[in-house]
Ligand binder design. Structure first.
Ligand SMILES: Nc1ncnc2c1ncn2[C@@H]1O[C@H](COP(=O)(O)OP(=O)(O)OP(=O)(O)O)[C@@H](O)[C@H]1O
Length: 259
């Protein structure tokens, strides 16, 4: 399959700590790729490097063969990468609809002058953005919440709103950082359908996930980190029986006890 994202020999140091250590990872176009690993193994740092929150200490990140590290976050979003955050990061005092409209910002064409003068072109574009925002809200069954403040939504719906805000930028790659965290089992079932539907739209998904069942059932490919290094990669069936992965999660003592 054609490669969409390439993480090439990336190291990310914080002082003396190597949060990521010479990581190579490849995500193919169209796949759902799980990024797993125990707490503190470097998953979120990896997301932060890919999305431009951090510049890697060493190595490079490529999207469709083009180097993207060195760019600002907004530029990386414009190039086609959207993400959600482990700790929900919405514009909490804006409405649900406004949050999705803001997400489309990097795809708007009208410049500052037309925005101030509110030209016909600008009004038409605004109308299109509202229509598209409603379509996206409908996609995650949040249309009825459009006028509410984002901060008033229940936790699970805030997570969905973060996803559609990301989708609003029409990404090639959607990165989900623990999208199912704090969701109940019904919400998780809905989330699984939503992630599959995102993938069916041709958007590649890279997701950090602590719910093993969810990660194993959704992912086409999985990369596992431990202490900042890649310890395994492959399809879920291989990962589930990989001894190094089992030890990373359970510890050697835990493996012995489980036997
Ligand atoms: N900005 C930072 N400054 C210093 N250390 C950091 C920073 N960000 C992450 N770290 C450290 O890097 C290591 C990897 O953290 P990271 O959050 O990437 O792990 P994770 O796999 O996402 O963990 P979790 O599953 O608990 O979210 C940890 O030891 C963490 O304390």
């Amino acid at each position: 399959m054609e490669e969409l994202l390439k993480v090439n020999h990336v190291t990310m140091k914080f002082g003396g700590l190597k949060a990521i250590n010479e990581l190579d990872m490849s995500v193919s176009k169209g796949e759902i790729h799980g990024l797993l690993g125990p707490n503190g193994s470097g998953k979120t740092t990896c997301f932060n490097v890919i999305s431009g929150v951090y510049q890697p200490t060493e190595g490079n990140v490529f999207l469709e063969g083009k180097q993207i590290n060195g760019n600002e976050r907004y530029a990386i979003n414009e190039l086609g990468i959207a993400r959600t955050f482990q700790h929900i990061s919405l514009f909490s005092t804006m409405s649900v609809l406004e949050n999705v409209i803001v997400g489309q910002h990097c795809r708007t064409k009208s410049g500052l002058v037309s925005a101030i003068l509110r030209t016909k072109k600008e009004r038409q574009e605004e109308q299109k953005m509202v229509e598209r925002a409603y379509e996206l809200l409908d996609f995650v069954n949040l249309t009825h919440r459009a006028g509410e403040l984002a901060c008033n939504l229940p936790y699970g719906e805030q997570r969905l709103l973060e996803i559609v805000r990301g989708l609003a930028s029409a990404p090639k790659l959607m990165m989900l950082d623990e999208a199912s965290a704090g969701m109940n089992s019904t919400e998780k079932k809905d989330l699984i359908q939503i992630i599959r539907a995102i993938s069916q739209q041709g958007i590649t998904v890279l997701m950090i996930e602590h719910d093993m069942k969810l990660a194993m059932s959704l992912s086409d490919e999985i990369t596992v980190l431990d202490h900042g290094s890649k310890i395994a990669e492959g399809p879920p069936a291989d990962i589930q029986k990989n001894q190094q992965v089992i030890e990373a999660y359970l510890g050697k003592g835990g493996v012995a006890r489980a036997k």
